[in-house]
Design a protein around this ligand. Structure first.
Ligand code: KMH
Ligand code: ZN
Length: 273
């Protein structure tokens, strides 16, 4: 089985210091969390950025500042900016980090309910525009899947030539679609042969889905964006705690951890210059 890629989604846009005081807002906090996650075994940092007061932003200068600061300490790590941003942001705002030509960025292929009145909106027109922008800027999408219809949509965009293959999927389970074993199996069975996939289990789904992905040959995303707890009522002190737990589990199950350069090979990204 190929080595395991661990992604650390260190900050998110919706989780706050009120939920867990260790959620990073400032550039220094972001770097500290990214470096600790990398040292614990993460090869990809899925990145949202905030103003110092915690307000989510897609400002490309803030992304550049964060990415440059992370790369100054960990030149090898893959930084994957979000183009989901926060609920309610415009497409124009959300696409800003792709102007920096990152190796990868997240791209959702459908709309999802985020609880209450919050809707993470992605119309067909928007998605096609996102896909074209990714292609023009040479950015590989991590296709963020919140339910099965989004896989079907992604498969249509692939057929239309709007998403290059081999594609890479991230199944974010426990927001809209549940995260039981059968849900993951259904999704994995629905993506094109030759694709790679990772799973981000939200809340209580994080650890069981990580165990499944490790044994099924997929990859794993963890971090404060998805889950702030290590155990019932026990808040993680750092994203590194959550990464380390997956790395330990992988070791126990006999799966080696990929370095960022090995992750680049697995994901068909260009080798690092
Ligand atoms: N914060 C959500 C509105 C992504 O990063 O691409 C969108 C999100 C998905 O987190
Ligand atoms: Zn995200």
């Amino acid at each position: 089985m190929e080595k395991l890629i661990i992604t650390a989604a260190i900050s998110g846009a919706e989780v706050t210091k009120e939920h867990n005081a260790n959620v990073p807002y400032t550039i220094d906090e972001v770097v500290k969390e990214a470096v600790a996650a990398y040292e614990a075994g993460a090869s990809i940092i899925h990145l949202h950025v905030r103003e110092d007061d915690g307000t989510p932003t897609q400002d490309k200068n803030r992304f550049k500042e964060a990415i440059d600061a992370i790369k100054a300490v960990c030149p090898e790590v893959i930084v994957q900016p979000s183009t989901g941003g926060a609920v309610g942001m415009t497409d124009e705002a959300r696409l800003q980090p792709t102007e920096l030509h990152p190796e990868m960025a997240s791209l959702s292929t459908g709309t999802a309910n985020f609880g209450g009145d919050d809707v993470f909106m992605n119309t067909d027109t928007s998605i096609q525009n996102f896909c074209k922008t990714f292609q023009e800027r040479g950015v590989k999408p991590e296709i963020e899947i919140f339910d099965k219809g989004m896989v079907d949509a992604a498969n249509r965009y692939i057929k239309m030539g709007l998403i290059n293959t081999p594609a890479h999927f991230d199944f974010v389970l426990g927001v809209q679609m549940a995260g039981e074993a059968r849900d993951l199996a259904f999704l994995v069975d629905s993506i094109p042969a030759g694709s790679t996939w990772t799973v981000a289990g939200v809340g209580r789904y994080e650890l069981p889905l990580a165990a499944l992905a490790i044994t099924m040959g997929g990859h794993v995303r963890v971090g404060f964006e998805d889950n702030i707890y290590l155990g019932k009522g026990e808040k993680a002190k750092s994203n590194a705690d959550l990464v380390k737990r997956v790395a330990d589990l992988a070791k126990l199950l006999g799966r080696e951890i990929a370095t960022p350069d090995e992750a680049r090979e697995i994901l068909s990204l260009a080798p690092r210059k």
